[in-house]
Design a binder for this molecule. Structure first.
Ligand SMILES: Cc1cc2nc3c(=O)[nH]c(=O)nc-3n(C[C@H](O)[C@H](O)[C@H](O)COP(=O)(O)OP(=O)(O)OC[C@H]3O[C@@H](n4cnc5c(N)ncnc54)[C@H](O)[C@@H]3O)c2cc1C
Length: 273
């Protein structure tokens, strides 16, 4: 692990537009040896700086099982993300990390896995999904349920097609509003639960998306028999330093940036209480 306090210089190796306001950036550390030894867990995040504009946290969207790529998927929302979207392949950014705890992949071995993503909530799950698919025989049944506002807002469209074509997982996609040519599901993400068979006793559920989606999805999963400990999410609180020093993201004694951002719902309920 590098120095979490010092940004390293990384180059934008490639970029891909996912939606009109969301782009995936593949980053390569300028120091080749550092790049080759860089490791992270899915669910951890990096602090990315755009020179002259500041620094912000973004989760790793790639899998550590594919060590050549450090990817992050960023939606334009304000000053820094707008500036990032104006950069070109070959431009340099600062990278600090990996920060946070990440998903416990070891604990998931042998379990059935349910991924529930909404909109820009798929990126943190994508790293874990590829990690699990690259070690497919170590996990049980895999279900991926994903929803976005419209078909245009779906991220990783090529990968959704790749996953749909695999015979070793179940993928269900829905949109809130269809567009011309859309023949898939229309309805909010929780409507997908009635289109599949859930096995709460043996399944770990990973839920990422906008807070309102998380609220309804989690309520539904708990009602359908999932234990709070088996429902896992990432908390995206406003944060600054990323290393548990500045107090920006603290809830009581817990620093979301250092002790999270991954928590199960028993832990989240206790934090909020
Ligand atoms: C652990 C973590 C992981 C994240 N991963 C991703 C990711 O993979 N992809 C991605 O696009 N974004 C991610 N974010 C959010 C991202 O950090 C913010 O969008 C970014 O800081 C916005 O910076 P800005 O200067 O462009 O916008 P600003 O001008 O700072 O803000 C624009 C708007 O976004 C709101 N906002 C800023 N940060 C947050 C936040 N953390 N939560 C809710 N609202 C916020 C502001 O209140 C404001 O309304 C993550 C945040 C955290 C804490």
């Amino acid at each position: 692990m590098g120095d979490l306090f010092l940004p390293e210089v990384a180059r934008i190796a490639s970029m891909r537009d996912e939606t009109p306001d969301t782009r995936t950036f593949a980053l390569r550390l300028r120091d080749d040896r550092r790049h080759d030894s860089f490791s992270f867990r899915p669910g951890q995040f990096l602090e990315l700086s755009v020179f002259g504009f500041g620094e912000a946290p973004f989760c790793f969207a790639s899998s550590p099982t594919r060590p050549d790529s450090i990817e992050t998927t960023v939606r334009r929302t304000g000053q820094l993300t707008n500036a990032l979207h104006t950069l070109a392949v070959g431009d340099e950014v600062g990278l600090r990390g990996p920060c946070g705890n990440g998903f416990d992949v070891e604990a998931a071995r042998g379990k059935d896995l349910l991924f529930v993503g909404g909109g820009i909530g798929l990126p943190p799950l994508r790293g874990l999904i590829w990690n699990v698919l690259d070690e497919r025989d170590r996990f049980g049944r895999i279900q991926i349920l994903y929803g976005a506002r419209t078909p245009t807002d779906l991220v990783y469209k090529d990968e959704l097609r790749t996953w749909a074509a695999r015979g070793d997982l179940e993928l269900l996609v829905t949109v809130d509003r269809g567009e011309s040519g859309w023949t898939g599901n229309v309805g909010m993400v929780p409507t997908l639960f009635d289109k599949t068979e859930l096995r709460p006793a043996t399944t770990l559920a990973y839920v990422c998306g906008p807070p309102i989606m998380i609220k309804f999805v989690v309520q539904d999963l708990l009602m359908r028999g999932f234990a709070e400990e088996s429902v896992i999410s990432t908390l995206e609180r406003m944060m600054q330093c990323g290393v548990g020093k500045c107090n920006h993201c603290a809830i009581g004694h817990c620093y979301i940036c250092r002790d999270g951002p991954v928590f199960n719902f028993k832990q989240i309920r206790e934090l909020v209480e």
